[in-house]
Design a protein around this ligand. Structure first.
Ligand SMILES: NC(=O)c1ccc[n+]([C@@H]2O[C@H](COP(=O)([O-])OP(=O)(O)OC[C@H]3O[C@@H](n4cnc5c(N)ncnc54)[C@H](O)[C@@H]3O)[C@@H](O)[C@H]2O)c1
Length: 410
């Protein structure tokens, strides 16, 4: 089977690499010439564990181009272009433009939409492309994208024509994962409902953390006991500085405005967004509480990627905290093992970052930030991700930790 992948970002590139590794002939198309040129020279534009190796291994079966006509003989073309939220609403521009370009496909080819899109989009893609369309939402997580694509929890296949759904199911037959067949709209809804539910869960435990900070409570103890109830489960029940990244913030907002347009506003999702947007400011306030006036002082942010094991800084909480601190006249320096950004002065080791600063905020739970308490002894610390041994720190605040600490006002 020949496969096309349109959009070579986190989703498209991983999809292309995994499918080529499984033996398919894959053509990857992107409008970004520099990206395509780089990929053809063996440069991988993103950091994702195992991706470089996978791309090297599948070289002969994988080609990259900006030329859509190279897709004319593929059996299935996956759309994996971005779907940003602009002013709180999803922008389908890239998906619709890709759909128009996919008129080059043969009449028996199928388009599978992987991009996260509001219900009703697959129908539009069919109108614009004149080809059969299947909604095949993506659930991979950056940081474990290859494992998630090779062995997904579930494969959702939404559509109308059985033969088209059969074909897309066949592409994924190497996974042995459960397949759920649905309508287009159900498939599109499953993706948004899943992401929104996870966002709600995170914001829920973060509000419990706020409450714990005012009591003799540790949110980690509370969450641990809650999570032992299988109806609740421990996943996504870790208090922190909130969710970031390219998906949850944009998807919750797009889903909320979509629900409002239908006259059925998702109030719980709205509350989750609001709670999440308050998290960066809360981290700054915690630092102020323990350190006092921040102006002209140096603060180090540990972690600029939105989560560990990725270099993705989209909607990163660390960067949001950095800009709030700068507004307050703070001199901000940052360190991240992988992420590179122009918006903060970055140093090349955590040791240097900590040594140069008076205050330290742990914004991302990278493995290498665990066990660094000795470096932090003389610093003012905000543990925004609860990865430090608080018993070894002197002047700190920690998310969801309400026990009395030195420097805390009564
Ligand atoms: N990143 C994730 O973890 C993740 C997980 C699940 C679902 N998704 C969804 O998958 C989609 C893609 O996400 P991403 O993070 O891979 O995006 P991305 O921004 O990393 O990559 C998108 C790529 O599409 C290309 N592109 C844009 N318009 C194009 C066009 N008309 N033709 C060809 N290429 C075009 C861009 O140049 C870019 O390289 C989004 O809808 C996102 O919500 C993302």
């Amino acid at each position: 089977m020949r496969i096309g992948v349109v959009g070579l970002g986190y989703v498209g590139l991983v999809t292309a690499a995994v499918l080529a590794d499984k033996g398919y002939e894959v053509v990857g198309v992107d409008v970004d010439e520099r990206k395509v040129e780089g990929l053809n020279c063996g440069r991988v534009p993103i950091y994702e564990p195992g991706l470089k190796e996978l791309l090297t291994r599948s070289q002969g079966r994988l080609t990259f181009t900006t030329d859509y006509s190279r897709l004319s003989d593929v059996d299935v073309a996956f759309i994996a272009v971005s779907t940003p939220t602009v002013n709180g609403r999803i922008s389908l521009d890239y998906v619709l433009s890709a759909s128009r370009s996919l008129k080059v496909l043969g009449k028996d080819s199928v388009i599978a939409v992987k991009s996260t899109v509001i219900p009703g989009t697959a129908r539009k893609v069919r109108e614009l492309s004149g080809r059969e369309v299947v909604s095949n939402p993506e659930f991979l997580k950056e940081g474990s994208a290859i494992r998630d694509t090779t062995n997904p929890d579930r494969i959702v296949i939404g559509g109308e024509a059985q033969w088209a759904m059969d074909l897309v199911e066949k592409v994924w037959s190497f996974t042995n994962s459960p397949v759920i067949r649905t309508t287009w709209e159900e498939a599109e809804m499953i993706k948004y409902a899943s992401n929104s539910f996870l966002a709600v869960k995170i914001s829920f435990i973060n509000e419990i953390a706020n409450l714990c900070e005012r009591l003799n409570c540790d949110v980690n103890v509370v969450a641990k006991a809650m999570g032992l109830d299988p109806r609740i489960s421990p996943h996504f029940l870790r208090a922190g500085l909130g969710y970031g990244g390219s998906c949850f913030p944009k998807d919750t907002k797009a889903f909320l405005s979509f629900s409002e347009d239908l006259g059925e506003p998702l109030r719980i999702v709205g509350a989750a967004i609001q709670v999440n947007e308050e998290r960066p400011l809360r981290a700054v306030r915690m630092l102020e509480e323990v350190m006092g006036e921040l102006r002209d002082r140096v603060v180090c942010i540990l972690g600029l990627a939105f989560k560990p094991n990725t270099d993705d800084t989209r909607e990163s909480v660390g960067l949001k905290i950095a800009s709030l601190l700068k507004e307050k006249g703070v001199r901000v320096i940052g360190y991240d093992p992988m992420a590179r950004t122009e918006s903060v002065e970055q140093v090349s080791t955590k040791e240097e970052c900590i040594a140069r600063a008076e205050g330290v905020i742990v914004a991302t739970e990278w493995e290498e930030f665990k066990g660094i308490e000795d470096l932090l002894k003389e610093k003012y610390v905000v543990d925004g991700r609860r990865i430090l041994d608080l018993s070894k720190l002197k002047r700190f605040r920690a998310v969801g930790y309400g026990r009395m600490t030195e420097g805390r006002s009564p």
